[in-house]
Design a protein around this ligand. Structure first.
Ligand code: NAI
Length: 334
């Protein structure tokens, strides 16, 4: 394949990284499409495709890419890719396993502090010309309990930062890392116990069929009243109807969310018009959650630091470079 000058097509790659990608793939014909991959812009001659999470890779899209041999996603998560469909067509899928555990963990604390210190109401008030702190009382983090769900790369970095704030850390993970819990001085407990004890709960587990609506109407009932929920992992880990109900009842004092279920439908009126009743309901719930006075929602932006993007592009280009001579790395769904 290396001898054939393979055609590599990047969809929606950040423009400032195009020159670097082209330079680092000298033996390839490199093309850039300034939009996510969809049925209309699929390049039939592409042998390798680079996509971000805004491209939904379905069997239908794959059918429009008859020469595709590899798919490199510029992300850690790969729930936007139909892996069985890729396997069926023998398309190798590669991801970026780690590029920004600190980046996402830092954003997690931006959301925690934004909520607990009423940062956005405070800034808004001053900008509107009112300089007083009535109604803006926050809560300390010191001596509060932080419940981390998923102690992989990002979750463990969150545990590390939490020590600096004097937070007590508890965690739930079906695959506990005992050495890590000793090193960072936190305890593993069950999910229900974590929900009961935490002042702040933060999600860092992947979205899989097993973790879909991991937090739901049944277990959100266990929350300590007035807890905060942070989600920088994937929106569908939380049932949006249960989340909205918990915010309305005051069971949750606030939610800091970088991700929402079916978030790809929020911006695009056309895709909302084509979506199922179920997705339409989620989209309506998302709007209620976004508009709720006790939420901070960022647009899936936790990964988005200058340093993290450079690391993502670097690893993706390396993934492609290694794939071409038949030594693929970071392959998912093997
Ligand atoms: P990781 O694979 O290092 O860690 C995930 C952890 O979750 C593992 O320890 C795993 O055992 C645990 N886990 C699996 N099933 C679980 C369950 N049922 N309950 C609780 N824990 C469970 O992944 P990493 O790098 O820490 O990333 C976590 C997630 O963060 C990714 O899957 C991705 O969806 C999301 N993410 C979001 C970004 C953003 O911009 N908002 C950027 C990067 C990742």
């Amino acid at each position: 394949m290396a001898r054939l000058k393979p055609r590599v097509v990047f969809y929606n790659l950040w423009p400032e990284f195009r020159a670097l990608a082209r330079r680092q793939l000298p033996g390839c014909t490199t093309r850039f499409v300034a939009a996510p991959l969809d049925l209309n812009n699929a390049d039939r001659r592409a042998q390798v495709v680079g996509v971000f999470i805004d491209s939904r890779i379905t069997a239908k899209i794959l059918a429009r890419l008859p020469r595709l041999a590899a798919l490199a996603t510029l992300s850690t998560g790969f729930d936007h890719i139909d892996l069985p469909a890729c396997q069926k067509r023998r398309v190798v899928v590669m991801n970026v396993p780690s590029y920004g555990e600190n980046t996402v963990a830092e954003h997690t604390f931006a959301l925690i502090l934004g909520l607990t210190r009423k940062l956005f109401e405070s800034v808004k008030r001053v900008k509107e010309g009112r300089y007083d702190f009535v109604g803006l009382r926050g809560v300390d983090l010191k001596d509060k309990t932080l419940g981390i769900i998923g102690t992989g790369r990002i979750g463990s970095h969150v545990a590390q930062i939490a020590r600096g704030f004097g937070l007590r850390v508890i965690a739930y993970d079906p695959h506990p890392n005992r050495a890590l819990s000793r090193e960072l001085n936190f305890t593993y407990i069950s999910l229900p116990a974590l929900l009961k004890q935490s002042d702040i709960i933060t999600l860092h587990s992947p979205l899989t069929p097993q973790t879909h609506h991991l937090l739901n109407a049944k277990n959100l009932k266990l929350l300590k009243r007035g807890a905060y929920l942070i989600n920088t992992a994937r929106g569908a880990l939380v049932d949006p109807a249960a989340l909205y109900a918990a915010l309305q009842s005051g069971a949750l004092a606030g939610a800091g969310l970088d991700v929402l279920e079916d978030e790809n439908l929020i911006q695009h009126f056309e895709s909302v018009m084509q979506c199922s009743d179920c997705q339409l309901k989620t989209t309506l719930l998302n709007n209620l959650i976004i508009d709720h006075p006790h939420t901070i929602v960022t647009p899936h932006n936790a990964f988005n630091s200058t340093e993290a993007l450079a690391r993502i592009v670097h690893t993706t280009v390396e993934n492609i470079r290694k794939f071409l001579p038949g030594r693929p790395q970071n392959v998912v769904g093997k």
